[in-house]
Design a binder for this molecule. Structure first.
Ligand code: C2O
Ligand code: CU
Ligand code: CU
Length: 545
C-alpha cells in the first residue's frame, strides 16, 4: 500500500513566500512580506544572500536532556513526591553556522532550542519556567496588537506545552504572562499516550517574536505500547526541531516589518535559512540501519514537504498525538507549523553515501552514512496500535466556524480572525466536559491555516472544497468537490489540522481532561498574534435534577 501524496493547495502568498524565501532579494520583493523585508534590508540590516552559507559543515546538535532539580509534593496526591525541574529562559549567543559570528537568540538554560524532556505517560512532573530574559526585546514589537500595547512590559513570557493534556492553570494561557525576574510552576500530569509534544512561549501579542527568538523545545512522552514495539532507540532516535529564520550578513536574526508606519506586523515570515536543532543545514553521521526521526515543524509560518534526495520511501509511524495504527509508506511528507511526525527511515542500503533531507528545492540537512555499523535489531512493526475511529454520531454538537482575513484598501492584510470574532469578545465556544463535538472550519482566506486546539486530541473527518463566494453571500455551503477523507498520515490522533483555502475541514473532538479556559488558534504565529486566536471554555455538565 502506498499512500497518496495528496494534492497540496498552495495559496498565492504561501507559494510566492516559499518559493522566494531562499532566492534573491529581488524575488522576495514580490511577496507580501518580502516587500517589507526589502525595506528592512535597505535600511541597513543586510540580509544573507542565496547560497552564501556552505551547507552541511556543522554537526547536528542534540539538545541536552532536561534534568530534574529535585522533587516536590504532587499537587494531586498528598504524600507523593514528583520530579521538579527549573528551566530558565535566557538570552544567549550561539553559533548557528561555522561561517557566521554568534547569533543573539533566546533559549532555555543554556540551550536554544531548549532541552528535551524525556517523560513517561502517567508519571507527573512539575516545571518551574523562570523568566530570566532581558527587559528589552530585540525584535520589532507591534504595539497596536491586542495585548502588546505600550501599557504592558516589553518582555513577557508564558510557556505552553503544546499537545499536553494539562489543567488550565498550567496550560500557559496567553494573558498569564510574567516578566523577567518572575517564574511560574506548571504541573504536567502526563496522562496521555506516548508522543512528541513541544513547549513554547505563548505570550499575548508577542508570541511570534518570542518563539522566533528561540523559545521552544521538545517534550517526549513514552509508554508501554511504544516500549513493546522495539523501535530504533537511544542514539538511533533523533529529535529534529525544524524552523526557518531570516539571517543578516552579520549572523543576527532579522524579523521583517511592514511598510505601514507604526504597525510593523507582517502576515507571514519566511526565512532565508532552515535550521535543525538550532544549526543551519547541519549534517548527522549515521550508521547503515533504521533510524527514528522525531520531527517538529517549529517554524513561524513555513509549511514543509519533506523528502530525501533520492526520493526514497520512508515510513510515518506517528503524528501529533502518537502512533498511527500502522506505518504509512511515503516519499514526501507535508508538515504544517506545529505538526509533528514520527518517521522511520532505513539507511541500510546507503553505506558510505550521503543523503539530503529537503523540502522541495530547499536543503534541510544531510545524513552521512558510515560504511559499517552495529547490527540493527530494531523493528518496524506492521501493526503499531489500535486507533478507534470516533463515530460522527457520538457528537452532541456541530459548530461551523469561519477563518477570515481582513484586507485594507491597498489589499494589505490587517488581521485574521476566527469566526470573525476578536480575541477580547466573550467566550462563544463552551463544550461540555466529556462530550464530543464536530468542529467545521470554513476557510475564507487564501492561505492554508494550521488550526490547533489546546487540551484535546481530535480526529480529522474530512475536507471538501466549497464555493467561498456563495458562503460570503448568504452563508450557504456550496460544495465544489468530493469529500476527501483524512490522508493516511493524518488518520491518527491529532492536535493541529491543516485547513486549506476554500475548503470545509471537519474534525471530531472529545473534550476530556479538565474544565476551564483554554485557547484555539491558527499556528501561523503571525496570524495567532493578530486576532486569529480565541478563548474556549470546557464547562461542567449541567447537573440533572
Ligand atoms: Cu503550539 Cu497554542 O500552541
Ligand atoms: Cu497547544
Ligand atoms: Cu492562519
Amino acid at each position: 500500500m502506498v499512500a497518496e501524496e495528496g494534492t497540496h493547495l498552495i495559496t498565492r502568498r504561501c507559494f510566492l513566500g516559499q518559493a522566494g524565501a531562499l532566492a534573491t532579494g529581488l524575488l522576495l520583493t514580490e511577496t507580501a512580506a518580502g516587500a517589507m523585508v526589502h525595506e528592512a534590508a535597505a535600511a541597513g540590516a543586510e540580509v544573507l544572500g542565496e547560497g552564501v552559507l556552505a551547507p552541511f559543515v556543522d554537526a547536528l546538535p542534540l539538545p541536552p536532556i532536561a534534568k530534574s532539580t529535585g522533587t516536590r509534593a504532587n499537587p494531586e496526591k498528598s504524600g507523593e513526591q514528583i520530579p521538579y525541574y527549573r528551566v530558565a529562559m535566557r538570552e544567549m549567543r550561539v553559533k548557528v553556522h561555522r561561517d557566521l559570528p554568534p547569533t543573539r537568540v533566546w533559549g532555555f538554560n543554556d540551550s536554544s532550542p531548549g532541552p528535551v524532556f524525556e517523560t513517561r505517560s502517567g508519571e507527573p512532573l512539575l516545571v518551574e519556567w523562570a523568566n530570566e530574559l532581558p527587559v528589552k526585546h530585540f525584535l520589532p514589537i507591534d504595539y497596536t496588537l491586542d495585548g502588546a500595547g505600550k501599557n504592558v512590559p516589553e518582555v513577557r513570557s508564558v510557556i505552553h506545552l503544546h499537545g499536553g493534556r494539562t489543567g488550565p492553570e498550567s496550560d500557559g494561557y496567553p494573558e498569564d504572562w510574567y516578566v523577567p525576574g518572575k517564574s511560574a510552576v506548571a504541573f504536567y500530569p502526563n496522562r496521555q499516550d506516548a508522543t512528541a509534544l513541544f513547549y513554547h512561549d505563548h505570550a499575548m501579542g508577542i508570541n511570534r517574536l518570542n518563539i522566533y527568538a528561540g523559545l521552544q523545545g521538545m517534550f517526549l512522552i513514552r509508554d508501554a505500547v511504544e516500549d513493546a514495539l522495539n523501535l530504533p532507540s537511544g542514539r538511533y532516535e533523533v529529535p529534529l526541531l525544524i524552523c526557518d529564520r531570516y539571517l543578516r550578513k552579520d549572523g543576527q536574526l532579522e524579523y521583517p516589518v511592514s511598510a505601514i508606519p507604526g504597525k510593523p506586523w507582517v502576515p507571514e515570515v519566511f526565512g532565508n535559512v532552515v535550521m535543525v536543532n538550532g544549526k543551519v543545514m547541519p549534517y548527522l553521521e549515521v550508521e547503515p540501519r533504521k533510524y527514528r526521526l522525531r520531527i517538529v515543524n517549529g517554524s513561524n509560518g513555513r509549511f514543509y514537504r519533506l523528502s530525501f534526495g533520492d526520493g526514497r520511501e520512508f515510513h510515518v509511524i506517528g503524528s501529533d498525538q502518537g502512533l498511527l495504527e500502522s506505518p504509512v509508506p511515503l516519499r514526501r511528507l507535508q508538515l504544517s507549523p506545529a505538526e509533528r511526525a514520527d518517521v522511520i527511515v532505513d539507511f541500510s542500503g546507503l553505506a558510505g553515501q550521503r543523503i539530503v533531507l529537503g523540502s522541495d528545492s530547499m536543503q534541510i540537512m544531510q545524513f552521512r552514512v558510515a560504511a559499517h555499523g552495529a547490527q540493527d535489531t530494531s523493528a518496524l512493526p506492521t501493526k503499531l496500535r489500535t486507533v478507534e475511529r470516533i463515530a460522527e454520531t457520538a457528537a452532541v454538537k456541530t459548530r461551523l466556524l469561519t477563518l477570515d482575513e481582513h484586507l485594507n484598501l491597498a489589499d494589505q492584510s490587517m488581521d485574521m480572525m476566527l469566526n470573525n470574532t476578536p480575541w477580547h469578545m466573550p467566550v462563544t465556544e463552551k463544550p461540555v466536559l466529556d462530550t464530543t463535538e464536530i468542529w467545521e472550519f470554513v476557510s475564507l482566506t487564501e492561505d492554508a491555516h494550521p488550526i490547533h486546539l489546546h487540551l484535546v486530541r481530535f480526529q480529522i473527518l474530512d475536507r471538501r472544497r466549497i464555493d467561498t463566494n456563495a458562503f460570503f453571500d448568504d452563508r450557504t455551503l456550496a460544495f465544489m468537490g468530493d469529500v476527501e477523507p483524512a490522508e493516511a498520515v493524518e488518520a491518527g490522533w491529532k492536535d493541529t489540522v491543516r485547513v486549506d483555502p476554500g475548503t470545509l475541514t471537519r474534525i471530531i473532538v472529545p473534550f476530556h481532561g479538565y474544565t476551564g479556559r483554554y485557547v484555539w488558534h491558527c499556528h501561523i504565529l503571525e496570524h495567532e498574534d493578530n486576532e486569529m486566536m480565541r478563548p474556549y471554555e470546557v464547562i461542567a455538565a449541567p447537573s440533572r435534577i
